[in-house]
Write a protein that binds this ligand. Structure first.
Ligand code: TXA
Ligand code: MG
Length: 315
């Protein structure tokens, strides 16, 4: 079944039932080397599924969970290697959505839930998006309305060096990493140079594969006016859709659609709209979607990351 979360909808299954877990990989057409996030109901559950959990995890979780933050921790044996794609670490989070928390509270098992989109496609932020992609393949969608945040969780891991906790950001997401500075001075991004790899040994967080979040229409990221001029020079009849940050574009013979992420330049609003607008523009059947970066601060970094991936397939 699909479940709503504050970030994106998830394709959920009983994490303690291997057949159910395998079903998730198959429904999503997701390669087995790409592990799944475990969704739990509260902080107390962390020690049920993870071991040697550093104190800093509880400090962060107490303040910011439920919320869009995923912890990469040492797994206990109860978590099967299939979930973690053979890694000794499991990704774990407490989603901040009323319905899904209610559901987790009545279940006596945790749920694995990757985003409920076919592998490599745009993440779903509404029940309709899930239905559009997985109709006939899943038996149930728990409709919890539009995802409040709209971008996947931030994934963080930990290393202890000389008794100091280092926080490692594996995936930029909707949790503002500035807030982590209160917990550690040592914050590091894992290099993205491995992103093209399809080998799990090279892949610390495969959600960072380059051509993720790709719509089926060709996307170009950059200055919209420049790219617009270039495109019509090459093909005067080209049909263009535009996803802009805060400016609107008048429609003409070439520009058949324009979606503005946030007319008042609000990054939180832009994040919430990003995936649904990308889907709507794809439905316009344009030849090209022009994208532009948003300011690279707080959640803007995660938005830009998704925009780059949407365009990466077509570079
Ligand atoms: O906001 C979210 O995190 C959403 C909602 C549904 O919770 N979930 C989500 O799951 O984005 P997914 O599977 O689409 O992306 C999670 C990524 C995986 O692609 C994988 O790269 C990484 O998390 N991941 C999961 N388990 C991991 C592990 N054990 N080691 C390294 N990376 C892991
Ligand atoms: Mg995903």
């Amino acid at each position: 079944m699909a479940i709503p979360t504050e970030t994106v909808y998830g394709l959920a299954a009983n994490a303690l039932d291997l057949n159910a877990v395998i079903n998730v990989f198959e429904t999503k057409k997701r390669p087995r080397f790409n592990p799944l996030i475990l969704h739990i109901k509260n902080i107390d559950e962390i020690n049920k599924y993870c071991k040697n959990v550093p104190d800093i995890v509880f400090e962060i979780a107490k303040k910011y969970s439920p919320g869009p933050i995923t912890f990469l921790l040492e797994k206990k044996d109860i978590i099967d290697d299939i979930i973690t794609a053979g890694s000794s670490l499991v990704a774990i989070r407490i989603p901040n959505h009323k319905l899904t928390l209610e559901l987790l509270n009545i279940l006596d098992f945790p749920l694995v839930a990757p985003s409920a989109n076919p592998f490599g496609y745009i993440s779903p932020t509404s029940a309709k998006h899930v239905l559009d992609n997985l109709n006939g393949e899943i038996d149930y969608i728990l409709d919890g309305g539009s995802s409040e945040v709209g971008i996947e969780s931030t994934i963080i891991g930990f290393e202890t060096i000389d008794n100091l906790d280092k926080i490692i950001i594996y995936r930029k997401g909707s949790f503002d990493i500035e807030k982590l500075k209160e917990f550690s001075n040592l914050i590091e991004f894992k290099s993205i140079s491995k992103d093209d790899s399809t080998d799990i040994k090279d892949l610390d967080s495969p959600g960072r594969l380059k051509a993720h979040y790709s719509p089926n229409t060709k996307c170009i990221l950059g200055d919209i006016n420049d790219n617009y001029k270039k495109a019509i020079e090459q093909n005067p009849k080209i049909k263009i859709a535009i996803l802009s940050f805060d400016k609107s574009y008048e429609l003409n013979n070439n520009i058949i659609s324009n979606k503005v992420l946030s007319l008042n330049s609000n990054l939180t609003e832009a994040a919430k709209n990003l995936f649904s607008y990308l889907r709507e523009l794809e439905d316009e059947n344009a030849d090209l979607i022009l994208l532009e970066r948003v300011p690279d601060t707080s959640i803007g970094e995660a938005i830009n990351d998704r925009l780059e991936r949407a365009a990466a397939k077509y570079v």
